[in-house]
Design a protein around this ligand. Structure first.
Ligand SMILES: NC(=O)c1ccc[n+]([C@@H]2O[C@H](COP(=O)([O-])OP(=O)(O)OC[C@H]3O[C@@H](n4cnc5c(N)ncnc54)[C@H](OP(=O)(O)O)[C@@H]3O)[C@@H](O)[C@H]2O)c1
Length: 342
C-alpha cells in the first residue's frame, strides 16, 4: 500500500505546479486507487446501496436448521457480514456447501454443542467474531409407533364423527443426547460462555413464544403419557434466556410464534413482550423467512442493547403499508419495551 507522502513526492518530482490542496486531493485519489489495486477487496454495498468499508464477522449456530439456514443465506448475500456457520455434523456441512447458498468451505465450523468438550475442542477461525446468532434447538421426532396407532384408529374416529387423527395421542422422542435440558439449556449456556471467552459483544438468540407459561402444551412434547421423561422445552429455553440476561453480554432474544414456511416479506410483523399477543390475536404464527430478517436486523438495531421480544406476522390490513424488519424493530425500540424476567 502506498503512503500519502510517497504519492505527494512523486507528484512533486514530476514538477507539476499544483496548489497544495489539489496535491492532497490527487494523493488521496491515488491512494484510493492504489488500495483498490493492491488489496484483493473491491467496493461492496449493503442491500440499501450504501458502501461497506468493514465487514462484521458473525457466527450462526444451528445453521443447518430451517431458520438457521435462512439466516446464514441472508448473511452470505449481505456484504456487510462475514458469516461463519456452526453445524453438528460433517454431513450438514457438506449439504450447506453444495446447496444453493453455496457456503464457502472456510465458513463452516463442525461442532456438537451437547459435547462436554464443546468449548475446548472448537476449531480456529472464530477470532474477531462480533456477534453470534443462536438458532440451535432440541428437535422432537414423532414416534413411528404412536403415528401408526393413530392412523389405525382413523377410520373408527371418522365413524364416530371425530377428528381422524388425534394429535394429542402422538408421542415424540429426542435424538440420543438431544433432549431440551442438554441442547436448549446446557447447549445454549456453552455457546454464551464461548461468546464471552471470544469477546463477542452481541448474542442474538432465537427462543420461542410461550416461555412464560409452564403449562404450555409444548412442555409435554417428548414426555410419556404419565408426565415422566424428558420434555419441558420452553422451561429450559427460558432458563437459558435468564442465563444470557444475567451474563453481562448484550443480547437480542426473539420469541417467535408458531413457525411456518412460505415467502417472507409479505405479512405485517408485530412485536410485543411477555406472551401478550396470545390474548390479542387468534393466530400467532410467523414465517421463518421473516424471523430470519428480524435476526439480521437485530445485528444492527439490537447492537449494544439488552432486548427481548415476541414476534408474529399477520396479514397486512387494507390501507396499511407493510413495514420491513428494520423499520419494525426501530419502531419497537422507540417504545422502550422489553420482556420482564423478574
Ligand atoms: N417449530 C416451531 O413452530 C417453533 C415455534 C417457536 C420457536 N421455535 C424455535 O425456533 C428455533 C428455530 O426453529 P427451526 O424449526 O427453524 O429449527 P430446527 O430446524 O429444528 O433446527 C435446529 C438446529 O439445531 C441444531 N442442533 C441440535 N442439536 C445440536 C447440537 N447438539 N449441536 C449443534 N447443533 C445442534 C440442529 O442440527 P441437527 O439437525 O444436525 O441436529 C438444527 O440445525 C428453535 O429454537 C425452535 O425451538 C420453533
Amino acid at each position: 500500500m502506498m503512503k500519502i507522502s510517497t504519492i505527494r513526492l512523486s507528484v512533486q518530482q514530476r514538477r507539476i505546479p499544483l496548489p497544495a490542496f489539489l496535491q492532497f486531493s490527487v494523493a488521496l485519489f491515488l491512494l484510493c486507487v492504489s488500495n483498490q489495486i493492491n488489496s484483493s477487496s473491491s467496493f461492496t454495498f449493503d442491500p440499501s446501496g450504501n458502501m461497506v468499508t468493514n465487514t462484521k464477522k458473525v457466527l450462526v449456530t444451528g445453521a443447518s436448521g430451517q431458520t438457521g439456514r435462512l439466516v446464514l443465506k441472508k448473511l452470505e448475500e449481505d456484504s456487510r457480514y462475514e458469516p461463519k456457520a456452526l453445524v453438528r455434523t460433517e454431513g450438514s456441512a457438506r449439504r450447506l456447501v453444495q446447496s444453493e447458498i453455496n457456503v464457502p468451505l472456510e465458513h463452516m465450523i463442525i461442532s456438537d454443542i451437547a459435547s462436554p468438550n464443546f468449548e475446548k475442542d472448537l476449531p480456529s477461525g472464530l477470532e474477531g467474531l462480533e456477534a453470534m446468532i443462536v438458532c440451535t434447538s432440541a428437535v422432537p421426532r414423532i414416534s413411528q409407533r404412536s403415528l401408526l396407532k393413530a392412523m389405525m384408529l382413523a377410520p373408527l374416529n371418522l365413524v364416530r364423527r371425530k377428528k381422524p387423527i388425534d394429535f394429542k395421542s402422538l408421542q415424540f422422542k429426542w435424538k440420543h443426547n438431544g433432549y431440551p435440558e442438554i441442547v436448549d439449556y446446557y447447549g445454549q449456556i456453552k455457546q454464551f460462555n464461548l461468546a464471552k471467552k471470544l469477546g463477542v459483544k452481541h448474542v442474538v438468540l432465537v427462543s420461542s413464544m410461550g416461555v412464560t407459561d409452564r403449562s404450555h402444551f409444548l412442555n409435554n412434547v417428548g414426555k410419556k403419557s404419565d408426565g415422566s421423561g424428558d420434555g419441558d422445552i420452553l422451561v429450559w429455553k427460558r432458563k437459558a434466556e435468564r442465563y444470557l440476561v444475567e451474563s453481562g453480554l448484550d443480547y437480542t432474544i426473539l420469541h417467535p410464534g408458531g413457525l411456518v414456511d412460505g415467502p417472507g416479506g409479505v405479512q405485517q410483523l408485530e412485536l410485543d413482550v411477555d406472551d401478550n399477543m396470545f390474548a390479542k390475536y387468534p393466530r400467532t404464527c410467523i414465517c421463518r423467512e421473516d424471523l430470519a430478517d428480524l435476526c439480521v436486523s437485530s445485528l444492527e438495531f439490537g447492537k449494544a442493547k439488552k432486548l427481548s421480544f415476541d414476534c408474529i406476522a399477520r396479514n397486512v390490513e387494507e390501507g396499511q403499508t407493510r413495514r420491513d424488519a428494520n423499520m419494525v424493530l426501530q419502531n419497537f425500540l422507540e417504545e422502550a419495551k422489553t420482556a420482564n424476567y423478574r
